[in-house]
Design a protein around this ligand. Sequence first.
Ligand code: HEC
Length: 278
Amino acid sequence: MTEVPDHLLARSRARRAALGLGGEGGGEATPAAEAAGAEVEKAGPTAAAKPAAAAVPAEVAPKAPEPLAPYVEANVRRKKIPYWAMPVLAFFPVWGVLYAQTLSKPPATAASQLDAGAVLYANKCASCHGGAGGGGVGRQLSGGEVLKTFPNIEQQMEFVRLGDAGFDGKPYGDPSREGGARTGGGFGSARMPAFKDSLTQTELFEVVRYEREKLGGEKVDAKALPDGPDGKRAHANGKPYLTDAGVLVTSDGKELFDKDGKLTTPETVLGTEASSSG
Ligand code: HEC
């Protein structure tokens, strides 16, 4: 027969006293211990420990579910963001990125003719004609000067292709130019190089456009700019100057230059064809 250890009985007693169950003191403990002992005889040592053990963790025993605190209940009951809104919320970062992109500059597309012309001018012409076309070793282009010499763009392109050597001692440009017609080789000791081989026809058109429109202040008719002021320049009748292959053509589609780099079009036609007026 197994005895209930004294320390367990003592703890049981203390516990009962604490809970107000064993009011009569130690006298009560003995019958309880005897009952426990009797139990032990039937069920063994584990069962014997139980009554005492059960009495100990009074606070640990399973409690009835406590009523929810009002603030917890409010949280449970409150309206939540509906599930259908989740994709909308998930889209917000994407929207943020898209929005940010509208604020930044659009990615650079192919340079416009005038932008390309500006780069060409800076690299190949500015050293003699000045960054703003004010002149120097080369003649002044700004302030309408270049437009006085070349009322139409075609003759200016021809001059740039051939250089002043192409007009050595001969007049070029408008013969009735204010201050007299220009003469090839008549501007100091410097010479105007021929750009026939160092500029493609597309580049020639771009740089001459830049000189006329940006430096010379030429006003181009809206009909000659069907794609807007920064678009490609066309003839006065809206036909393109450049073919897809990059060949300069007249308003009726014939090549503008012959093999030698000279204009194929008579000056009289060019005069009437000029798409611009001051
Ligand atoms: C080495 C110096 C030099 C460079 C580089 C140069 N030019 Fe000239 N340019 C001249 C000189 C000098 C003249 C005057 C020629 C003359 O009157 O005989 C001239 C004249 C001109 C004229 C005629 C102006 C007028 O009203 O008579 C045009 C247009 C012109 N140049 C365009 C260009 C272009 C376009 C480039 C670059 C692709 C260029 N030049 C590069 C020296 C230069």
